[in-house]
Structures are given as structure tokens and as C-alpha cells.
Ligand binder design. Structure first.
Ligand code: ZN
Length: 241
């Protein structure tokens, strides 16, 4: 958050604290609240992906509604009517409001969500770990904050170096697809490289390129060796002439 307008002016790096997307005064909370069309589009993309993720994790419907409303409250602080929040999750919702918008995008979630999600898992007879759900939820919220900042930075540097931005974007897409493919087609010793998407995305461009090159090569080699194994097994077990 330190590369934003307000801090750059304080450090004498910039003459203006204007947001590069909309021109308004930019402090840390402006980044997720910016009303520029590009920021709104990125927010829409992040929210839709997050909503799908909450479903995938079998999040309780009233918990999902409350968390999405809290996220909406980061962008539009005046729009957070309590009446739409189920009474059973209101204490957790209010505890999360106390932690605040910035805390939410830093992945600090109220502990009161956990027993509520546990109740939901019990109700649907799901054996999943509620601690894991909470830790993944926290990571997802951090990612949303990260993507909003990344989108803002991409606009900032648009005029500076279009080529560099394209390189970043291509590499980031490659990194996302590696994480989406998962660790199954990789040797065991390489699998830990897919532990944290955020950590990889935060690396320098050169490091990200090295990371991606290695992963692509390892995946290719692993597939080739698996095919060779299958072929040799086929030869051993195939009926003779
Ligand atoms: Zn703005």
C-alpha cells in the first residue's frame, strides 16, 4: 500500500496524491473504493470469482451473503443494511465490521465465523475442516486486495512501459494456469512450489519468469516420463505374438 499517492507525496516522490485511475485523492482505502470504470470492472471480476469460490467451499448461505455484503461495504461504505443479514450471523457480521475494511482485505477474519460454518458443515453432514475453510477464506480476501492494488499499479505504469506491463500480464496468466492445473502432474519435490499463489505473484518479474519456466519444464518432463512408464508396462503385459 506504500506506493500509493498519499505516501508518495509524503516522501516527496510525487507532487500529487491523485489516483492514477480517477484523479481523486488517493489514500489506502481509495484503492479498493475507486470508481473508475477499470476499477469497477476489476472489482466485479473479483467479486464474481469470490462468490463462486464461497460456493465451492460449501460456505453457509447466510454466511456467504454476510461476507459478500461486507466486501461490498469496503467499496461502498454507505450501503450496508443490517436487515438483509440473517440474525444468526449478525454477531459475526458486526465483529467483522469492528475489524474494518482494511482488516478484511488483509485477511483478518472474525473468529465468530468459525462456529457458524461448523454448524453448517454439521447440518449438511460435511466432514471438511472449518479451520481450513477459515484460512482459505482469509487468503481469498488478501488476494482480492492484492488484485485491486495490482490493477491500480498497472494503470499507473501504463504510460511508463506498456511492454513491461504485457510481460507481467502474460507471466501472471501463466502462473494462474499453473496453480489452476494443480500439483498432480508434478514430481513430489516440485509440488511445494504451488503452495501460495499470492507469494508467487508478488515476486519480481524476473523471478516469476524463472518460476514459470521451471514449472512448465517439470510438468512436461513428468508427463513424458509417465507416458514412457505406461509404454514399458504395455510392452511387459501385452500378449506375445
Ligand atoms: Zn480512483
Amino acid at each position: 500500500m506504500c506506493g500509493i499517492g498519499k505516501f508518495k507525496v509524503l516522501w516527496g516522490l510525487e507532487a500529487s496524491a491523485a489516483c492514477p485511475r480517477c484523479g481523486d485523492f488517493e489514500d489506502h482505502l481509495h484503492v479498493p473504493r475507486c470508481r473508475a470504470a477499470s476499477a469497477t470492472a476489476e472489482r466485479g471480476r473479483c467479486t464474481a470469482a469470490f462468490s463462486a469460490w464461497l460456493d465451492l467451499q460449501l460456505t453457509g448461505p447466510s454466511i456467504k451473503t454476510a461476507i459478500l455484503q461486507l466486501l461490498q461495504g469496503v467499496h461502498t461504505p454507505t450501503l450496508s443494511p443490517l436487515r438483509t443479514i440473517s440474525s444468526s450471523v449478525r454477531p459475526a457480521y458486526l465483529a467483522q465490521q469492528v475489524i474494518g475494511s482494511q482488516g478484511l482485505l488483509e485477511g483478518r477474519i472474525a473468529s465468530s465465523w468459525l462456529p457458524l460454518q461448523q454448524q453448517h458443515y454439521d447440518k449438511i453432514r460435511c466432514q471438511r475442516s472449518v479451520s481450513l475453510w477459515a484460512s482459505r477464506l482469509s487468503q481469498q480476501l488478501i488476494l482480492i486486495g492484492f488484485y485491486m492494488l495490482e490493477q491500480r499499479n498497472s494503470i499507473q505504469h501504463l504510460d511508463d512501459n506498456v511492454q513491461l506491463r504485457e510481460r507481467h500480464s502474460t507471466i501472471n496468466e501463466g502462473i494462474h494456469s499453473q496453480f489452476d492445473m494443480g500439483p498432480d502432474d508434478l514430481p513430489k519435490e516440485i509440488q511445494p512450489m504451488l503452495t501460495s499463489r499470492r507469494r508467487v505473484l508478488c515476486k519480481s518479474l524476473v523471478d516469476k519468469e524463472e518460476w514459470l519456466k521451471l514449472l512448465c519444464q517439470e510438468r512436461k518432463d513428468f508427463c513424458r516420463s509417465m507416458k514412457a512408464q505406461h509404454r514399458s508396462l504395455g510392452t511387459i503385459f501385452s500378449p506375445g505374438p
